[in-house]
Design a binder for this molecule. Structure first.
Ligand code: HEM
Ligand SMILES: *[C@@H]1O[C@H](CO)[C@@H](O)[C@H](O)[C@H]1NC(C)=O
Ligand SMILES: *[C@@H]1O[C@H](CO)[C@@H](O)[C@H](O)[C@H]1NC(C)=O
Ligand SMILES: *[C@@H]1O[C@H](CO)[C@@H](O)[C@H](O)[C@H]1NC(C)=O
Ligand SMILES: *[C@@H]1O[C@H](CO)[C@@H](O)[C@H](O)[C@H]1NC(C)=O
Length: 332
């Protein structure tokens, strides 16, 4: 009697251990809010639709916010926090990351129906998914259940992947959050099929590139002249489309641009043109440029992986009431 009880207990403990192990990989689920906020997906979709009707570029800006969130302390909405250590002031975000007012509007609409239930980190993940779909890209079921972080990390945000870094450094930065080369190509390539970039992030390619006395040899010469006149005022704020073939459409033209030396950022073009690319990313760029279905499938897989970077779950973190501040401060 006693012995069989022990045996049963052992199996039971083993079962719990097994479930915990699975949980470590991802504690997120697609139906996380089905009881507590059943309309959350519709609410976010409606607000994203509203925002991109005002400005199509907002789809791109929202996708980028999710990326900049997940790469700094995991997908915990740290990018949304205001305050002295705000990630918004870090170099990759300052005067560049945008869409914060749209996230506020979504949060307000969600709070109206289900107060204190849906995290800002999940709102970023849903808004990114909707932005891809509403731009003509693929869709997927978003995993949910992330909680919001309690701190911003400006140092971490300053270390986000930079357009001035080489392929080996970018690869290492992706690997540090569990993303591989396939993810690097499908995500940065994929997302840069829409949206804009400022001259400040690519004008170094237009003359005396890396001290060579000449423009970046891997940029098409007519594109060099065109961008030179765009950036001529020197203030760095003028913008060019990341995918000049189809600015607002989520498609695989970005990869075709790279093959034609028409990538905008250095970090884009090196995926095809650098020496390291020959044994790593170049063949993927070629595959995606001719196979849109493969690109879409890999992009979806990589977005889900990125959304799984170190989420706070269980009793970690909190559900922020206001995406810009942690609750303790809001309530004082
Ligand atoms: C190698 C890694 C990456 C680098 C170096 C990089 C760099 C940049 C830069 C410099 C800009 C222009 C920002 C501006 O001018 O204000 C930009 C825009 C953008 N990035 Fe990336 N990025 C990378 C990966 C990603 C990933 C993984 C995503 C999302 C999954 C993404 C989504 C976007 C989008 C959608 C835009 C356009 C934003 C807008 O128009 O507001 N990027 N990126
Ligand atoms: C901030 O981010 C950096 C780089 O990702 C990390 O090493 C550091 O531990 C983070 N700091 C905090 C306080 O989370
Ligand atoms: C990257 O990870 C995915 C799984 O998410 C895998 O299918 C793919 O083969 C990996 N790519 C490389 C280059 O290891
Ligand atoms: C290009 O830059 C290098 C080093 O940054 C500098 O020594 C050189 O004088 C520059 N050349 C031109 C043509 O401006
Ligand atoms: C670029 O725009 C930002 C704000 O959008 C502004 O603070 C900055 O002064 C501008 N740069 C120049 C040189 O005008």
């Amino acid at each position: 009697m006693n012995r069989s009880f022990t045996k049963f207990g052992g199996h039971f403990l083993f079962a719990i251990f097994f479930v915990l192990c699975l949980g470590v990989k991802s504690q997120l689920s697609t139906n996380f809010y089905s009881k507590t906020c059943p309309n959350v997906l519709q609410i976010v979709r409606r607000e994203v639709q509203k925002a991109i009707k005002v400005e199509m570029r907002m789809a791109a800006s929202l996708i980028r916010l999710h990326f900049h969130d997940c790469f700094v302390n995991g997908c915990d909405a740290s990018v949304l926090l205001d305050g002295s250590d705000s990630e918004k002031f870090a170099a990759p975000n300052r005067n560049s990351a945008r869409g914060f007012e749209v996230i506020d509007a979504i949060k307000t609409a969600v709070e109206r129906q289900c107060s204190g239930v849906v995290s800002c980190a999940d709102i970023l993940a849903i808004a990114a998914r909707d932005s891809v779909l509403l731009s003509g890209g693929p869709t997927w079921k978003v995993l949910l259940g992330r909680r919001d972080g309690l701190v911003a990390n400006q140092t971490g945000a300053n270390a986000l992947p930079s357009p001035f870094e080489g392929l080996n450094i970018l690869t290492a930065k992706f690997a540090a959050v569990g993303l591989n080369i396939t993810d690097l190509v499908s995500l940065s390539g994929g997302a840069h099929t829409i949206g804009l970039a400022k001259c400040a992030f690519f004008s170094n390619r237009l003359s005396n590139f890396s001290g060579t006395g000449a423009p970046d040899a891997t940029m098409d010469t007519s594109l060099v002249s065109e961008l030179r006149s765009l950036c001529a005022n020197g203030d760095g704020n003028n913008t060019a489309p990341l995918d000049r073939n189809s600015i607002d459409l989520f498609d695989n033209h970005y990869f075709q641009n790279l093959i034609n030396n028409k990538g905008l950022l250095s970090s884009d073009q090196i995926l095809y043109s650098s020496d390291e690319a020959k044994s790593t990313t170049k063949s993927l760029v070629e595959s995606y440029s001719s196979n849109s279905n493969l690109f879409f499938a890999n992009f979806v897989n990589s977005m889900i992986k990125m959304g799984n970077v170190s989420p706070l779950t269980g009793t970690n973190g909190e559900i922020r009431k206001n995406c810009r501040a942690v609750n303790s401060l809001t309530e004082i």
